[in-house]
Design a protein around this ligand. Structure first.
Ligand code: APR
Ligand code: PHB
Length: 390
């Protein structure tokens, strides 16, 4: 088989890139190791920046989002029960859209399936070859047979544990990483959300987040120490812990129930540099990971592939390498800005066992600064809703 761009991974990064390239008349095949159902079984964050919303609409994956997504004008922060509303719309004239990543992925898959573009699910032993040379190739096995795809470019959209970054020779790529000593225990429950907007809560017992998927489906999280297992968290224990971390009036109105999903995700900040290796580009979680506190993972992935699609369009159309030469620097600039924001939100809102009382006083000062300073709130609003360089 032959294609122009071989896209490894059918998460939001790979699927969005596929749509963008299709629109530009560039041929691409998506190669995914899992089944489509497995990909759709993953539950992740659900906040879209306006630029992500615009892009999903532009690639024909916005219809259901426009019907079912919820526009939010702001969020609530809470610190030991004291609350502060950050009004994005009033502060920076922007809003965010609450719409689950699972739904985004489904819409992208449906759009791709309808267009007839080739996606290979269940590809085993995916390997990439000669991406430094003139004839890059991707090989894989499926149903006991060996396959090979020759291509011009390879897009590494295969997530943090994927094969593309791992195939770069040692020494050619540097990883910058911070692993946090805690994770998020999350539940999905068919109950109306406790609040119309998201609540990010700091409490001496740890961070908590109240989020939602719809008017009848809520998503809640509590910070738990690294190494905790979900089996140790009965439903009752979870609800009790969540209530203890919220402000008492909010806790009182919380509607609980039997979760339809319960899982623990570790928190990590990670950036790979550079992001281009000859004819291979890293994008999305393959390139960087953020802790979910700023809800940036999906938005970063969409940003990366928008830059990549533009660069490849320029390459095929105007025969110019300017875009692909600039890819790594352009994406890294956005990446580090977003890494900083996600790290800062994480730092502000979680409890860190090692920092002690001094650390907690500093966190309180950070929260109080937000309360008294419009500029501080504006900075949060600008970053949360998505800062983009001109
Ligand atoms: N070969 C083929 N596919 C692979 C391989 C491999 N060796 N390794 C991983 N994959 C697939 C995974 O099964 C997954 O479907 O690549 C896909 C990567 O998807 P994601 O992990 O969702 O990453 P990405 O598309 O970059 O999306 C970023 O996902 O993790 C969240 O917060 C993050 O919201 C952000 C978004
Ligand atoms: C979610 O709804 O899952 C969610 C929302 C906001 C975040 C993280 C996760 O910051």
């Amino acid at each position: 088989m032959r294609t122009q761009v071989a896209i490894i991974g059918a998460g939001p990064a790979g699927l969005t890139l596929g749509r963008l390239l299709e629109r530009a008349g560039i041929d691409a095949i998506i190669i995914e190791q899992r089944s489509a159902d497995y990909v759709l079984g993953r539950i992740r964050a659900g906040v879209l920046e306006q630029s992500s919303v615009d892009l999903l609409r532009a690639i024909g994956a916005g219809a259901r989002m426009d019907e079912e997504g919820l526009f939010h004008d702001g969020v609530e922060l809470s610190f030991d029960g004291d609350t502060l509303r950050v009004d994005f719309n009033e502060l920076v004239g922007r809003r965010v859209m609450v719409y689950g990543q699972t739904e985004v992925t489904r819409d992208l898959m449906d759009a791709r399936a309808a267009s007839g573009a080739v996606s290979i699910y269940g590809a085993q032993d995916v390997a990439i070859h000669d991406f430094d040379g003139a004839a890059p190739r991707v090989t894989y096995k499926k149903d006991g047979r060996d396959f090979e795809i020759t291509c011009d470019f390879i897009a590494g959209c295969d997530g943090y544990h994927g094969v593309t970054r791992a195939s770069v020779p040692a020494g050619a790529v540097t990883g910058f990483e911070r692993v946090y000593p805690f994770g998020w225990l999350g539940v999905l429950v068919d109950q109306p959300p406790v609040s119309e907007e998201l609540i990010y809560a700091h409490h001496a017992r740890g961070f908590a987040l109240c989020s939602m998927r719809s008017q009848t489906r809520s998503r809640y999280y509590v910070q738990v120490p690294a190494g905790e297992v979900v089996e140790d968290w009965s439903d009752d224990r979870f609800w009790e812990e969540l209530r203890a971390r919220l402000n008492p009036e909010t806790a009182e109105t919380l509607k609980t129930g039997t979760p339809i999903e319960k899982s623990i995700a570790p928190l990590r900040s990670f950036v790979a540099e550079p992001l281009r290796f000859g004819s291979m580009f890293l994008a999305g979680d393959a390139a960087h990971i953020v802790p979910p506190t700023g809800a940036k993972g999906l938005n970063m992935a969409i940003h990366d592939v928008a830059v990549l699609a533009e660069a490849l369009t320029e390459r095929y159309g105007e025969k110019s390498n300017a875009g692909i030469d600039a890819y790594s620097a352009r994406v890294l600039e956005n990446t580090w800005r977003t890494e900083r924001f996600s790290w800062w939100m994480t730092q502000l809102l979680h409890t860190f066992p090692e920092t002690g009382d001094f650390g907690r006083r500093i966190q309180r000062a950070d929260f109080d600064y937000l309360r008294v300073s419009r500029i501080a709130r504006q900075s949060l609003a600008e970053n949360y809703t998505g800062f983009k360089s001109a």
